[in-house]
Design a protein around this ligand. Structure first.
Ligand SMILES: [Fe+2]
Ligand SMILES: [Fe+2]
Length: 210
């Protein structure tokens, strides 16, 4: 269901990049526009490196923050109207619900029905256990090309790890945030993802040693 004020159809044409650019411009989301462009460029580099379709990765990146058009105070209402389930942490800090609302908008407004793309958008802030390759690529591209000013303190560490392993880089980034107390809210999906990744990496090492 579309809420009329967020009906983006007048801006959507066959060129997704142009459409997203026009929408973010129209809504005055210039930081988000710049961030989205950088994530879309970088995810393609990562996709080529780690053997994933760069074009598909680019679509996920272009739409990952599209629900920035919904003001923070309207997010919970948007979810209610559109039957999007929120957990306690997301109601308390609606900002972290934007991964779900962006995925919803990608489907409803942009007609994206590829489950890999929708999933990656829906977990790009928290990640989740059993994450797919695209889930991981979007998660880490979003963090390297962040939407804050200056360079992230973890950038060099994560980029160095990305030379060899997508999973090692993500795990190090997630632990860095957890141990540094840097998360505004600790989402249960984030915690599950860390535990899952830890086990995956341990298994990999054991297999390598054998
Ligand atoms: Fe985001
Ligand atoms: Fe983002």
């Amino acid at each position: 269901m579309k809420i009329k004020e967020y009906d983006l159809s007048e801006y959507i044409n066959e060129d997704l990049e142009v459409s997203v650019d026009a929408i973010l411009n129209e809504y005055g989301l210039l930081i988000c526009k710049d961030h989205t462009k950088r994530v879309a460029d970088y995810i393609q580099v990562l996709a080529r490196k780690f053997g994933y379709d760069p074009e598909k990765a680019k679509i996920a990146a272009l739409l990952h923050d599209i629900s920035g058009v919904i003001p923070n105070i309207k997010r919970v209402e948007y979810c209610k109207v559109n039957h999007i389930d929120l957990i306690k942490e997301e109601v308390e800090l609606p900002l972290i619900a934007h991964q779900k609302t962006s995925s919803h908008m990608a489907k409803i407004q942009f007609d994206i029905h590829d489950q890999e793309i929708l999933s990656a958008i829906a977990c790009h802030t928290t990640l989740k256990k059993d994450a797919s390759k695209l889930d991981k690529l979007l998660f880490i591209a979003d963090k390297i090309e962040w939407d804050q000013s200056g360079l992230p303190s973890y950038k060099k560490m994560v980029e160095d790890l990305l030379e060899d392993s997508l999973e090692e880089a993500i795990y190090a980034y997630m632990k860095y945030n957890l141990e540094g107390g840097l998360l505004k809210v600790v989402h249960p999906d984030y915690l599950e993802a860390v535990t899952w990744l830890e086990a995956e990496l341990k298994n990999k090492t054991t297999r390598r040693v054998k």
